[in-house]
Design a protein around this ligand. Sequence first.
Ligand SMILES: [Zn+2]
Length: 268
Amino acid sequence: MITSCPVCKKKKFAALYEELSIVKCSCGHVFYNGPLDAEEIREIYGKDYFNGEEYINYVLDKEVIQRNFKERLKRVIKYSSKGELLEIGSAYGFFLDLAKESFNTTGFEICDDAVQYANNKLNLNVHCGDFLKEEVNQDFYDVACMYDCIEHLVNPEDFVEKINASLKKGGILVITTGDINRFIPRIRKSKWRLIHPPSHIHYFSKKTLCMLLERYGFKILSVKYPGIWRSNSVLLGTLFGSNLFTRNFPGYFWINTFDIIEVISRKI
Ligand SMILES: [Zn+2]
């Protein structure tokens, strides 16, 4: 169980969605406050995580995922365009595969199957393991990225602190995650598509994510709610079950739900 709020360190919280053990701190941060078993959490991120559980079939969806990552990379390059780039939660390496055109890249990922793919098929440098336990270069990286990752971490503040130490002064940190303070989560409440503990533990908002970053030595440069490309096959797979997905329907569409936040910050 989490005993103190990662954003403000207070230790008292009010129930928000009681049936899901989700609480809200007085600073506004929302998180899952039920039991967290390290072994159980590790099991979530087995091969099935990217094949039928959180994602329907991540590798088959590569083309669309990379279309989204190209947009994300363009926004990174506005602030930093070369040097060393670190990605935490790099999955199958689809972002690093694009970023390596401009940067020397390093990834950290806990799903072994995804790491094998990234290293063997895409020829990347991805470490399998817990970023907090690994030895990481200090004052070394120009850019660090955490895409759709921070909501999964038990103690995101420790990651932000360690990332700060690993970046050079002036280095850039990019984070994307759901924003629980936006229109859709406000009307959907506990049925919001991104509420699923214990896979998603932390539910940030613009305010709480910026507070966390500022607390650990970052200056906010940009806050955006970008749309994404989704493939028709993923949409159909979500509606009718994953078997249909393997038929690989062609085409994709653009959607913006305005509840995915991207914060770009700089180490000061
Ligand atoms: Zn708090």
